[in-house]
Ligand binder design. Sequence first.
Ligand SMILES: [Zn+2]
Length: 412
Amino acid sequence: MSDTLLSRFLRYVQIDTQSNEASATFPSTPGQRVLLEMLKNELIDLGAADVEMTRHGYVLASIPANTRRRNAPTIAFFAHVDTAPDCSGKDVKPRVHRQYDGKPIRFPDNSRLVLDSSGSPELACAIGKDVVTASGKTLLGSDDKSGVAVIMTLAERLLREKQLRHGLVRICFTPDEEIGRGIDKLDVKTIGAEAAYTLDGGSPGEISWETFSADAAEVTIEGVTTHPMEARAKGMVNAAYLAGKLLAALPRERCAPETTGGREGFIHPTWIEGRVERAVVKFILRDFELEGLAEKRAMLQGLCAGLQATEPRARIRCKIRKQYRNMAYWLRKDMRPVELARAAFASAGFSPCEQVVRGGTDGSRLTEKGLPTPNLFCGEHNAHGPLEWVAVQDMESAVIACAKLAELWEHQ
Ligand SMILES: [Zn+2]
């Protein structure tokens, strides 16, 4: 199986599917459609049922049930085809380090880069495995083409191995996860599943079912512009300066991503543009609890009101919008999707490892829309940069664990 899985993975990472936040199309870039089209055709060749690509590029398919149990629940597996805008995904040259020997890995296209266990302690667990990296000038795209290759291999296995009993299994490949639009154009009802899993995680055994709750804010400051020569006389109000004051007033030492960890939330300025006349600052607000998120909204609004009070001639507006919510709010009401994943991992020989995600997943929004969707491991490490790597055997472990999971759901 190893080479089938590996050759799939190598084929997928060589297609440039970087998503682009500035694009107004869906998917945001044409390369994603190329891979989605390829996956659709491969699913047809494998003999999957109901294979379709929606108008917006989502690829859906079914692995028909092979159980006699009438009420076996339908489950679904999701992976995203896009790669992060942070690092180039063009002309990826994957390199396979067979039976990795534990030594530092160097890169032909960037002599300054080194991948070793000091920066990536999980590499110690990859000794003897087949490790795949990029060549130094691009990311690898293991996030999330590992998940895609795992699901394709799982589909093949469920279709071929008749002794493996399962209910209806749905498959969904999505675009634009990295720019937060992955679920925007998906009608969750078309999945028709009771529970789903995204395959978009790290080391074997990893299950994530708690994510941040997230809002975004945009603060607009309108100043008063004059010629600098008569600024005092005419009452210049410099919006750029007020934006700086707003940032300086944030409690960065206890409320920024770079100063917090674990279950702490933050307010994070992600973008700023300003001149005398007008300044705009964009923020993301994050917390695991809704109360904590509400406090952060109130803090930012309070700082804006305070700034407005010190400078009544300016006009300061703070617009806040909802992004996604912690999937744990829903999962805690019915933990079966998590419990069965734990059981499947344990019976496949991996000790389950659960960490809160200081971010969101497509599963956050799917769960909120009524499809409970924890995230499972597929071997990704060092995502979004040139040091990204994956071990082929870890992807194989994910296939085994997911096949087990499909069997456990059949008994429900
Ligand atoms: Zn991902």
